[in-house]
Design a protein around this ligand. Sequence first.
Ligand SMILES: [Zn+2]
Length: 154
Amino acid sequence: MDTALALTMPRTLPQPAPVRALRSVAPLPAEQPAATVPTTDWRSAAIAAYWQDQPDAFSAMVADLRLRLLDLIGRAPDAAAVIVDRFARTAQVAIDGVIFRLQDQDLVLLRGCAACGLRQYVSPPIRSRADLGYALAIWEPRCPDCEPEDPREW
Ligand SMILES: [Zn+2]
């Protein structure tokens, strides 16, 4: 008896609530266009302000990357060769096959997995020529499932 009651209660109780909710929500879409105009205005204004600031921010990133590379390797890449990712907020350039990237105020290298080469990894921040030397000579990123080969198997 108790279990029969428990089974029938949930079946009957929740039903009226969704029906009431649908009835009260249904008239709103007809008035929605007028109500959403102020909403889109402040959003549009914020988005426009963002894009207005972007050219300065992106050219500053390109200039920063070029200056750091000039300081580090004695070469400043052509500004037109620098690729800026507006969404990731990064600037990167390839020099002699080495990919340099400016991200989060840090200069880093990008390199594929040393074993499979399929995934790309970001080096530790490069703040000196020695950091660059480490990233070029020692750092060998690997995917979690790309273990180094065991030389004893040869
Ligand atoms: Zn791999």
